[in-house]
Design a protein. Structure first.
Length: 155
């Protein structure tokens, strides 16, 4: 039997996290879709996309922090939300590119087609988000090894 490294997650833990992440993602995607559709009636696709993504990104990070990765309290909160902002930047880049490409390929695309394209792109971005948040939130920093060289004082 192969030895598992200390601190490495068990497969069942990763699977559980993936299912919880998917559930949070589904709720976030529904919120994003509704918000995008509402915003899109009065603003350009790129702006509606950015506003809807930003509005749902903070809640998504907070929900995943607590529900997916079991982190409570304020310890490392800034680092965790930084990982969430990185995930937001990736998703915004991907969905902005998809919106721009759709505008070139089908300039008269219906709102429904926009939503389908953005939802599919968000699904791809979710895979990236999972790994960014998993390594940004769920990873535990190993204790620092003792110094190999004791501090020397110069006389």
């Amino acid at each position: 039997m192969a030895a598992r490294s200390v601190g490495a997650p068990r497969t069942s833990q990763v699977v559980t996290q993936a299912w919880r992440f998917a559930a949070v993602g589904l709720v976030s995607t529904l919120a994003y879709t509704v918000l995008y559709a509402l915003l899109r009636t009065g603003m350009a696709a790129a702006l509606a996309n950015a506003v809807a993504l930003l509005a749902t990104a903070v809640g998504n990070t907070a929900a995943n922090r607590r529900l997916t990765f079991g982190v409570r309290g304020s310890e490392s909160l800034g680092r965790h939300h930084l990982a969430g902002l990185m995930a937001f930047a990736v998703a915004l880049s991907m969905t902005s590119a998809a919106t721009a490409l759709l505008g070139v390929v089908a300039p008269r695309a219906s709102r429904l087609l926009e939503l389908v394209v953005l939802s599919a792109t968000n699904a791809l971005a979710t895979v990236v988000r999972f790994f960014l948040l998993r390594f940004g939130i769920a990873r535990r920093r190993p204790p620092s090894p003792p110094s190999m060289h004791p501090e020397r004082t110069i006389p």
